[in-house]
Design a protein around this ligand. Structure first.
Ligand code: FUB
Length: 342
C-alpha cells in the first residue's frame, strides 16, 4: 500500500498544484468529533486549512521533505461561514500572480456556498472576501487555468450533504444554476432516480479575470455523456454518475474531468475537447479505498503525472479521519488514464 504523504495531522481532499517549481497541496484538515456518522456528512466538521509543500513525490515522505506551512485560514476568519470547511483548491491568477484559495462552507443558514481568499504566496496566509462568490453554491470547488488560453474556470458540486440536488428547479431568475433556488425539500441523501431520470450534473463557471467572481453567464451544467449512447448518464448509473470531487486537467488538447461516484466509491474520468464540455465518460481511475469518501487531484510534476487522493489508513478506517496519499498516473497510446493499484 502507498504510504501516507502527510502524517502530522489528518488530511483529505488534496488539491495539488505546481507553483514556482514546487508541489503545493491544499487539503481539508480532518479533526476528531463526537458528531455521529450520517449521510449528510455532519461528521466532517473541519474548522481550518493547512497548506503543505514538497519538492519530491517519491517516498519516503519525511516531515522535512513534506513541509506543513501551518494554518492559513480558519472559520472565524470568514464572516459568512458558520462551519464545515470542506474540500478547497487554489489557483494563481494569470494576470496578477496572486494566489486564490477557493473553499466551501455552510453559511449561517446552513447552506453551502463557495468563498475565495487571496494571498501573495502559495503557502498563504489568505484573506477571505467578506461574502461568498455570488451565484456559488454546493461544495468541492476545483479551479483550472487553461495553460493554452489563460482562461480560468471553477468547477463545483456535490450530492447528498453537498446539497447539489437542492437546485433542480429554476429560481426567480429562471436559471437553475444561479444559487438562489435552494429547495430544502431535497436536503439530505436523496437524488433523482428511476427509469428515464438523468443524473445531476456538476457545475462549471468561467471566472472573471479578477478571479473572485463568476463571469456574467454564471454556472452551467457540465454534461457527462455515456459513450455507448451519446446520451447524458442516467441517474441510476451510480458507477458512473457524478457525485462530488470535481477536478480538471489538460493533457495535449484533451480536457480530463475527473470525479468521485460517491456511494460506489470510484474515482472516474470523462474527456472533452472543450473545458466546458460536453464530456464523454472514459473509465475508472481508482478502485474503492479504505473509507467512505474518495477525492483527488491530478498534476504534472517534472514530466510525470500524479494522482493525489486520500484513504483512512492512518486512522485505521475512521471515515472522517483521513490521510493524503499520492501515486503515479500513466496514459496509454489512446490517452486513457490508469494507475497501478496495490
Ligand atoms: O471532506 C468533506 C467532503 O468529503 C468533501 O467535500 C467531499 O469531496 C468528501 O471527500
Amino acid at each position: 500500500m502507498t504510504p501516507p504523504l502527510i502524517t502530522n495531522i489528518y488530511t483529505a481532499d488534496p488539491s495539488a498544484h505546481v507553483f514556482n517549481g514546487r508541489v503545493y497541496i491544499y487539503p481539508s484538515h480532518d479533526r476528531e468529533t463526537d458528531i455521529a456518522f450520517n449521510d449528510n456528512g455532519d461528521q466532517y466538521d473541519m474548522a481550518d486549512y493547512h497548506v503543505f509543500s514538497t519538492s519530491s513525490l517519491d517516498p519516503p515522505y519525511t516531515a522535512d521533505a513534506v513541509v506543513d506551512h501551518g494554518v492559513v485560514l480558519r472559520t472565524e476568519d470568514v464572516p459568512w461561514a458558520a462551519k464545515q470547511l470542506w474540500a478547497p483548491d487554489a489557483a494563481q491568477g494569470p494576470r496578477d500572480g496572486k494566489y486564490y484559495l477557493y473553499f466551501p462552507a455552510r453559511d449561517h443558514a446552513g447552506i453551502f456556498r463557495i468563498g475565495v481568499a487571496v494571498g501573495d504566496a502559495p503557502e498563504g496566509p489568505f484573506r477571505a472576501d467578506p461574502e461568498p462568490i455570488p451565484g456559488s453554491f454546493s461544495i468541492d470547488p476545483a479551479s483550472f487555468v487553461d495553460p493554452d488560453t489563460g482562461d480560468a474556470y471553477l468547477y463545483f458540486g456535490g450530492l447528498w450533504g453537498g446539497q447539489l440536488q437542492c437546485y433542480q428547479s429554476a429560481g426567480e431568475s429562471g436559471n437553475k444554476n444561479d444559487g438562489r433556488n435552494f429547495d430544502a425539500a431535497w436536503s439530505g441523501p436523496q437524488e433523482p432516480k428511476g427509469a428515464g431520470a438523468k443524473a445531476l450534473f456538476p457545475k462549471v463557471s468561467k471566472l472573471d479575470p479578477n478571479m473572485r467572481q463568476f463571469t456574467p453567464e454564471g454556472a452551467q451544467d457540465l454534461v457527462i455523456l455515456a459513450p455507448e449512447t451519446g446520451e447524458p448518464i442516467d441517474a441510476d448509473d451510480h458507477d458512473r454518475r457524478f457525485f462530488e470531487a470535481a477536478w480538471m486537467h489538460k493533457r495535449g488538447d484533451t480536457y480530463y474531468f475527473s470525479y468521485s461516484t460517491g456511494d460506489t466509491h470510484y474515482l472516474v474520468y470523462a474527456t472533452s475537447k472543450s473545458p466546458t464540455g460536453p464530456f464523454t465518460y472514459g473509465g475508472r481511475l481508482l478502485e474503492p479505498v479504505l473509507g467512505w469518501t474518495t477525492h483527488h487531484s491530478i498534476v504534472e510534476f517534472e514530466s510525470r503525472w500524479w494522482l493525489f487522493h486520500h484513504d483512512c489508513e492512518l486512522s485505521k478506517g475512521v471515515n472522517h479521519l483521513r490521510c493524503v496519499k499520492v501515486r503515479e498516473i500513466f496514459y496509454d497510446a489512446d490517452g486513457k488514464m490508469f494507475t497501478k493499484q496495490d
